[in-house]
Design a protein around this ligand. Structure first.
Ligand code: G4P
Length: 536
């Protein structure tokens, strides 16, 4: 197969949802349809349970397992499908955001009873930022859910994305009869039998066909006719380009637990979802069809074996062909590295691979060379963009409890933050270390790992900050004044860029008003030229 053909058959995507909407169930059912697993339950028990809100032992146990489900690849209908797992637990949101930088599209799962929820909004914000194409799967139609029109309106309004239903439910909850596929013009009947993986599909091109009455009864047949007339009147036909540009989300209805609507979702997904496209690096756009290999690390998993400090770096291939045992150029470290046992992920099995293509995610064994965002190439000095750190929400000061282990603590916290467990900021005065996260759980994970892996002992002192943001300005006088006024509220991130810690929303607003020439940034990725100015 040529490079172009390999690219064209790849579909690399993530499934996102608010916890409990059915992401794990849908993932599993897709794997089942793709023949990647034989029994239901294989993915299910790997997920970080919601009960583990503060139980790091449980997290530790599950972390090992979740490596296996970080990427799940399978072949389906001539396509190579790569599902990138995103943790549902909100404390791992940052991990999810980063994984979204490595996908080409997403499937968003919404619970039809609950509609749009908090995590749905946050995740969609990230997708919108990157114009990621989104397909919506409205799940749990076997439950007494909300009116489908209301749900679509809510998605449109709250997630700021236009929708286009490609299937339409007939009844809901105990009266759920099935869906009509507006794309294929087929009726799919719901049996509620979880052991079946394929439901009855009946071709009905013309909805006035009396066959419809036979299958769903007169009342539901009439209601469906009305609904479809309305939908076809209100919605434009699906414009695939608008979907691929991230402006329009095709919507499917189904019930993942009952395997219902999943196959049609998958069949349409492989047809319309984008294959790997060009990606922006700092110096130029990189086209996947370039013969020269490039890729970037978006996730690092540590401690596979507690006796070694092994890590596995997940690298998304952006262009060319990756080959085992070939030397590649680590652009940040300016050195060549060879990988003798790169890993591929098929279903939930890992195996050593000899080659891989754009869109694939490979696992690289790492002894500490990688941090998140690192780029590999065949010699060209470039760095892929789009892997921002987000402004953390919880801040604590890291306090060393064992002065004899200072070095270990320094090393440990640097490595853990390289992995993306949390963000580290250091104040020049007194070398005070501030750790910022999006969830409480990370502090326990850090404490536990610093002690277990580095022999260091620490505690965390809560800090009363509301928000941290990067800042830049062209106005030297104003920025000098700001530095003088806010010495106690400024620390430096790992790239040595200054970060302002505001105590409250009011303080932040006040700073923005008092220093109008300073720009405050809420993700770490802002124009490199302006960030360098501030450092001069
Ligand atoms: P998540 O990964 O998004 O957190 O959700 P997950 O798939 O774990 O699903 C959350 C709960 O919703 C699970 O129930 C799951 O069985 C249920 N569920 C998923 N799809 C459907 C559906 O189509 N219809 C209905 N009625 N329920 C669905 P649980 O009780 O939390 O777990 P379990 O005991 O079933 O494993």
């Amino acid at each position: 197969m040529t490079l172009r053909e390999e690219i064209a058959k790849r579909r690399t995507f993530g499934i996102i949802s608010h916890p409990d909407a059915g992401k794990t169930t849908l993932t599993e059912k897709l794997l089942l349809f793709g023949g990647a697993i034989q029994i239901a339950g294989a993915v299910k028990h790997n997920k970080i349970r919601k009960s583990a809100t503060s139980d790091f032992m449980e997290i530790e146990k599950q972390r090992g397992i979740s490596v296996a489900t970080s990427v799940m690849g399978f072949e389906y209908a001539g396509y190579k499908v790569n599902i990138l797992d995103t943790p549902g637990h909100k404390d791992f949101a940052e991990d999810t955001y980063r994984t979204l930088t490595a996908v080409d599209s997403v499937i968003l799962v919404i619970d039809c009873v609950k509609g749009v929820e908090e995590q749905t909004r946050k995740l969609m914000e990230v997708c919108r930022m990157r114009h990621t194409p989104v397909i919506v799967f409205i799940n749990k139609l076997d439950r007494e859910g909300r009116n489908p029109y209301d749900l679509l309106e809510e998605i449109d309004k709250e997630l700021s994305i236009h929708t286009r239903p490609l299937s339409w439910p007939i009844g809901i909850g105990s009266e759920f009869k099935g869906v009509y596929n507006l794309y294929d013009k087929t009726l799919q009947l719901f049996s509620g039998d979880k052991s079946r993986i394929a439901e009855d599909v009946i071709a009905i091109d013309n909805l006035s066909d009396p066959l419809l009455e036979k299958y769903v009864g007169e009342d539901f047949a009439n209601k469906l006719r009305e609904d479809v007339e309305l939908i076809e009147g209100v919605f434009e036909p699906l414009d695939i380009n608008l979907y691929r540009e991230g402006y329009l989300a095709p919507v499917f209805f189904g019930s993942a637990i009952n395997n219902f609507g999943v196959k049609e979702l998958l069949d349409t997904f492989v047809k319309i979802a984008p294959f790997p496209l060009s990606r922006q690096a700092d110096v130029r756009m990189v086209n996947p069809e370039e013969e020269i290999f490039t890729g970037f690390v978006f996730k690092i998993h540590a401690n596979l074996d507690p006796n070694h400090r092994d890590r596995i770096a997940f690298c998304r291939i952006c262009s060319g062909r990756f080959e085992r045992n070939k030397f590649y150029y680590h652009t940040r470290l300016d050195k060549k590295i060879r990988f003798s046992s790169p890993t591929s992920f098929m279903g939930n099995e890992k195996s050593i691979l000899d080659e891989a293509w754009p869109g694939d995610v490979i696992g690289l064994y790492d002894t500490g060379n990688f941090k998140i965002g690192d780029t590999l190439s065949e010699g060209e000095k470039l760095q892929f963009k789009g892997i921002p750190s987000f402004s953390p929400e919880i801040f604590k000061e890291l306090v060393n409890k064992d002065p004899f282990k200072t070095k270990q603590l320094e090393k440990g916290i640097r490595q853990l933050t390289d992995e993306g467990v949390a963000q580290l900021f250091v104040q020049t005065l007194g070398n005070r270390k501030i750790v910022g996260t999006v969830g409480e759980l990370q502090f326990e994970v850090i404490q536990f790992r610093l002690s277990g892996e580095y022999g260091a002992s620490c505690e965390f002192r809560p800090l009363n900050f509301y928000k941290a943001c990067w800042f830049t300005s062209d106005n030297k006088a104003q920025i000098d004044k700001f530095f003088n006024a806010k010495t106690n509220n400024i620390a430096y991130d790992k790239e040595n860029r200054p970060v302002y810690f505001a105590e409250s929303a009011w303080m932040l607003q006040n700073s923005q008003e008092s220093y109008p020439d300073i720009k405050f940034h809420f993700t770490s990725e802002f124009a490199a030229d302006s960030s360098s100015k501030v450092l001069q």
